[in-house]
Design a protein around this ligand. Structure first.
Ligand SMILES: NC(=O)c1ccc[n+]([C@@H]2O[C@H](COP(=O)([O-])OP(=O)(O)OC[C@H]3O[C@@H](n4cnc5c(N)ncnc54)[C@H](O)[C@@H]3O)[C@@H](O)[C@H]2O)c1
Length: 375
């Protein structure tokens, strides 16, 4: 595929989030929004109206069968991700799936393998990994500017949006887990969670998570659909400085030159606390829309074969962590080890998009046949 040739992309799922992906795809140069799909005729009509030349369908198989479509973006409910993404990979499409990648780690591993065999990009929409403020937090941690990280505290609270088929952990925690993995560059060793269902029986609308990372770093995450105030905040507390990312604020990142140290008092006075209260710095953060960066990155990975920042293997890691958290919640907060992924390197990394098509049908370990075809 030459760089001059526009990529042709279809979007499946046009509910709350899908239209934002559609808008970005329609605005980005070098890509053609080629098809839209939703089970609801009404959503198709509403979302498709500004794009009269785009093919609209209620049947995703028509998009997958179109040999001129290079890639699909899937923004449907989580329970459908595996089936749609696997069908797309089996038709040799590049795939961007909304978070979380799948409803189980087993499904996620199968998608990673299918993408590997098909030599197609599999990327998950961990939008915060494309947020420049989160990149800056990562830089602050890795450069040592914050010092040794004591702990990270995250809060994601609001009134709604309530879901019927998934709890607040599967809905909101993918954001915070992907932020933690991104800024710490590590996976948690063990997790513990408590939840509460106040509105709909059996569907937790409140959860408190604890995650233990290597190096004695802990993270605490509060999630709620039942809070009067919208909060989207991550606080990183180091022994030299502290940083706060507030996604609801105009100035999203603040670095506090604040710390406390212990000083031994003479005699029997015991330790004394010494507080340091210095400047608060607000670094420049590129105001680019993170979703725009995410979609551009997906298209760039297709063109260049680069490894997605949020590839299938990281998507599977996040799902594995979600499973451990949910298991802990069901066991009243028992600490659960997080299983290691089955494979080694991120297998969702594709060689260049120009890599040869699968020349012969290939069989995946679950027995599915990868037929080639597609484009
Ligand atoms: N990255 C983010 O910040 C972010 C924010 C919100 C939602 N999301 C994710 O986006 C996805 C969708 O969430 P939403 O809130 O838009 O859900 P939604 O329920 O509002 O919309 C889902 C749409 O998918 C359609 N659909 C379902 N099955 C389909 C099928 N087989 N073929 C075609 N269309 C189908 C439904 O008709 C519906 O219109 C979820 O994975 C969610 O976690 C991500």
């Amino acid at each position: 595929m030459s760089a001059a040739q526009p990529l042709r992309v279809g979007v499946i799922g046009l509910g709350y989030w899908g239209p934002k992906l559609v808008r970005n795809l329609a605005e980005i140069p070098g890509v053609t929004l080629a098809a839209l799909c939703d089970l609801s005729e009404e959503r198709l009509d509403t979302v498709g109206r500004p794009y009269p030349s785009v093919h609209c369908t209620t049947d995703f198989r028509r998009i997958l069968a179109d040999p001129d479509i290079d890639a699909v973006v899937i923004a449907t409910p989580i329970r459908t991700h595996y089936r749609l993404a696997m069908a797309a990979l089996l038709q040799q499409k590049h795939v961007l799936v909304e978070k979380p990648l799948t409803a189980s780690a087993e499904e996620a591993d199968m998608l990673v393998e299918a993408a590997d065999v098909a030599r197609r990009v599999l990327m998950v929409g961990h939008t915060f990994q494309y947020n420049p403020a989160v990149d800056e937090l990562r830089r602050l941690v890795h450069s040592g500017e914050l010092g040794h990280v004591y702990y990270i505290d995250a809060a994601r609270l609001n009134l709604g949006l309530f879901q019927r088929d998934i709890n607040v952990i599967w809905d909101l925690a993918p954001h915070d887990i992907s932020i933690l993995l991104h800024i710490l560059d590590a996976r948690p060793l063990s997790v513990s969670a408590h939840g509460g269902a106040h509105v709909l029986d059996g569907v937790d609308d409140l959860a408190h998570l604890s995650l233990r990372f290597p190096g004695n770093v802990t993270a605490h995450v509060r999630l709620s659909w039942l809070d009067p105030c919208k909060v989207r905040r991550v606080t990183v507390v180091g022994n030299r400085r502290m940083a706060v990312f507030d996604d609801t604020a105009e100035q999203k990142l603040h670095i506090y030159d604040r710390r406390v140290a212990l000083r031994e008092l003479e005699g029997d006075g015991g330790p004394a606390f010494e507080y340091h209260d210095g400047d608060v710095v607000t670094p420049f953060v590129d105001p680019v829309e993170p979703l725009r960066r995410e979609v551009e990155h997906f298209l760039s990975c297709i063109r260049t074969g680069a490894s997605p920042v949020s590839g299938g293997r990281i998507g599977a890691d996040v799902v594995r962590i979600l499973e451990a958290i949910d298991a802990s919640r069901r066991q009243q907060g028992r600490w659960m080890d997080v299983d290691s992924p089955a494979g080694g390197q991120d297998a969702s990394v594709r060689p260049a998009a120009l890599a040869p098509r699968t020349p012969h049908p290939a069989r995946l370990s679950n027995g599915m046949l990868l037929t080639g075809g597609g484009d």
